[in-house]
Design a protein around this ligand. Structure first.
Ligand SMILES: Cc1cc2nc3c(=O)[nH]c(=O)nc-3n(C[C@H](O)[C@H](O)[C@H](O)COP(=O)(O)OP(=O)(O)OC[C@H]3O[C@@H](n4cnc5c(N)ncnc54)[C@H](O)[C@@H]3O)c2cc1C
Length: 575
């Protein structure tokens, strides 16, 4: 089936929906999502969205910018970070006007809470900067934006999975999608395509991410010629529920919760004397694992306690109701009386499709755009998070850069017409599906996925070392070989998860290879990338973005892009 729209947006999380709203009034827009739109992972965001409103205490955007630069371990591009921090207050008021029900201060202003790495006066002490709606911040923003999209007659293709991009003469003008309910392919022809497909935490065994976070958009863009940037930077959030990885938001520590080791000590006081439990995530995750290594994990095991017992029943039930419910349901503890067992969980990907601050996908270190192709949200690397993202900056990133991508696409589509479609644009996707469906190979996807997630967790997570990284790379490549022999058991065409899981596994294998290659290449420790064999940050050699370009014959090819530094020169990062 064929469809035509000015703009196709792939992804119905906050980035995709915010871009759609920017275009929806006078442009024909389709939004594709492989899950029902409001089930996008943005809806799982708990803690808050950052903006220097100064509603609870003095604050300003320059402090927010500084914290984000320092949090990024100086790898973030400061021109983009300035846009993020400056545009944050406007973004929050816009959400308020759209109807987002934020929590309020007693005088009726938007309430704010503390979050990791956010400080006043360039690092003096924690500041309350995260706007929130209890611990369901992502849920309320997603639902509000979705309603606005419906009002603007934006057309949703829910449960349609992106299979490939239509590119001819170096220009992107549409997508091929697979309809989950029927197994049919659809050609969606457009002038511009925005990828807003979210993260890929599912590459790891323990993750806070949704099942749909498999990195499809990145892997498809990569194979189509768009480079991936800073892929070695994978964020582990310190407080995932022990063994399950389900997130206990940083808001818990923002409201005053503390981490304790087996001796009951508040160990973060030793590692980050100024902001303690509210140090950035890369540090806190490492500190937890240091405690575990020193034998101070709870009962000698690989977890610690998150203690909320002193916050009182009222705070837990009103401001942290969702996560206290998770603790009850999934770890069987009563957080009003007992601490919650936690350990680091794979949470957020700083790397992504290289894009500029207007959402344009770029193809080289000079910023040459890929005509017609855009990216925003977690799947993109703009780069505002550099080597480590601060909590509550991602929801902000999706909205600020989703809007800017929408604006830029609106400008672009008036400069181009609909290019003719290439002959048989569905061929690549159709061939891929039939190869899998008809294969009588002796492998199945599930064990390959499990082994992939395990090796990435063991060897390419919080701490990394050359020996382990080489082992991981060999394993990923072995799994890629085995993938060539997988067969699909389900031969049906209606919600064929077996087929879709196999397709997603292919993407995850590609991304795991690039993450590992990036981690091997970068011989230093910066932000979330901690090399035990290169424990120091090396600004002489490594104050650069790592970029990878796809090559079928030779495997991913590395090159580098300079970091943009405007206001803040790199300094030692102490908290
Ligand atoms: C548990 C949790 C809590 C979080 N809490 C916070 C927080 O408090 N504050 C904060 O700032 N950040 C938080 N984050 C991070 C933040 O929520 C995400 O980074 C952000 O929401 C990503 O939004 P997005 O629009 O880029 O993508 P997502 O919301 O992940 O949406 C991706 C979309 O792409 C679609 N898609 C993917 N692949 C395909 C395909 N092949 N075909 C069609 N559609 C496809 C999906 O269906 C979905 O609609 C949290 C993350 C998690 C996991």
């Amino acid at each position: 089936m064929k469809h035509q729209f000015d703009v196709i947006i792939v992804g119905a999380g906050l980035a995709g929906l915010r871009a759609a709203i920017e275009l929806g009034e006078d442009t024909s827009v389709a939004v594709l999502s492989k899950v029902f739109a409001t089930r996008s992972h943005s809806g799982a965001a708990q803690g808050g969205i950052g903006a220097a409103l100064g509603n609870e205490e003095e604050d300003n955007w320059e402090w927010h910018m500084f914290d984000t630069v320092k949090g990024s371990d100086y790898l973030g591009d400061q021109d983009a970070i300035e846009i993020l921090a400056r545009d944050a207050p406007r973004t929050i008021y816009e959400l308020e006007h759209l109807g987002v029900p934020f929590n309020r201060t007693p005088e009726g202003k938007i309430a704010q809470r503390a979050f990791g790495g956010h400080t006043r006066n360039f690092g003096e002490a924690s500041v309350k900067r995260a706007c929130f709606a209890a611990d369901r911040t992502g849920r309320v923003i997603l639902d509000t934006l979705w309603e606005k999209c419906l009002q603007r007659s934006i057309q949703f293709f829910d449960e349609f999975q992106l299979m490939s991009l239509i590119v001819s003469a170096g220009q992107c003008h549409g997508v091929i999608a697979y309809e989950l309910a029927s197994g049919k392919l659809h050609t969606l022809h457009s002038k511009a395509v925005l990828l807003a497909t979210g993260g890929y935490g599912k590459v790891y065994k323990t993750t806070s991410n949704a099942f749909a976070s498999t990195g499809d958009g990145l892997a498809i863009a990569f194979r189509t010629g768009a480079p991936l940037e800073d892929m070695e930077f994978v964020q582990f959030h310190p407080t995932g529920i022990y063994k399950l990885g389900i997130l206990i938001s940083e808001a818990a520590r923002g409201e005053g919760g503390v981490l304790r080791n087996n001796e009951g000590e508040r160990f973060m006081e030793l590692y980050a004397p100024v902001i303690k439990d509210l140090a950035p995530r890369d540090m806190v995750s490492r500190c937890i694992l240091e405690e575990v290594r020193a034998g101070r994990g709870i009962d000698g095991k690989d977890y610690v306690h998150l203690d909320l017992t002193h916050l009182g029943e009222e705070v837990l039930n009103t401001k942290l109701a969702e996560i206290t419910g998770f603790a009850r349901t999934y770890s069987g503890v009563e957080p009003i009386k007992e601490p919650i067992p936690v350990q680091p969980t794979c949470h957020y990907m700083m790397g992504g499709i290289a894009a500029d601050a207007d959402g344009k996908v770029i193809t080289d270190s000079e910023g040459t755009p890929f005509p017609g192709l855009y990216a925003a949200g977690e799947c993109a690397c703009v780069s505002v998070h550099g080597a480590n993202r601060l909590g509550c900056n991602s929801l902000l990133d999706t909205l600020v850069f989703g809007r800017r991508a929408g604006k830029e696409m609106r400008r672009y589509i008036h400069t181009v017409g609909f290019s003719p479609l290439p002959a048989n644009p569905e061929k690549e996707a159709a061939d891929k599906i039939s190869a899998l469906m008809e294969s009588n190979g002796n492998e199945t996807g599930a064990p390959i996925r499990e082994e992939l997630q395990e090796v990435m967790m063991d060897k390419v997570s919080v701490f990394r070392h050359r020996t382990g990284l080489i082992e991981a790379l060999e394993k990923v490549r072995e799994l890629k070989g085995r993938y060539q022999k997988i067969a699909i058991q389900d031969k049906g065409s209606c919600f064929n998860r077996d087929l879709l899981d196999a397709i997603e596994l292919d993407y995850m294998l590609d991304l795991a290879e690039v993450i590992t290659l990036g981690a091997l290449a970068r011989e230093e420790s910066r932000g979330a990338h901690s090399r035990e064999d290169f424990p120091d940050r090396d600004d002489q050699k490594w104050l650069v973005h790592t970029m990878f370009r796809y090559s079928k014959e030779e495997g991913p090819q590395v090159f580098f892009k300079p970091v943009t530094i405007t206001r803040f020169q790199p300094k030692e990062r102490k908290y």
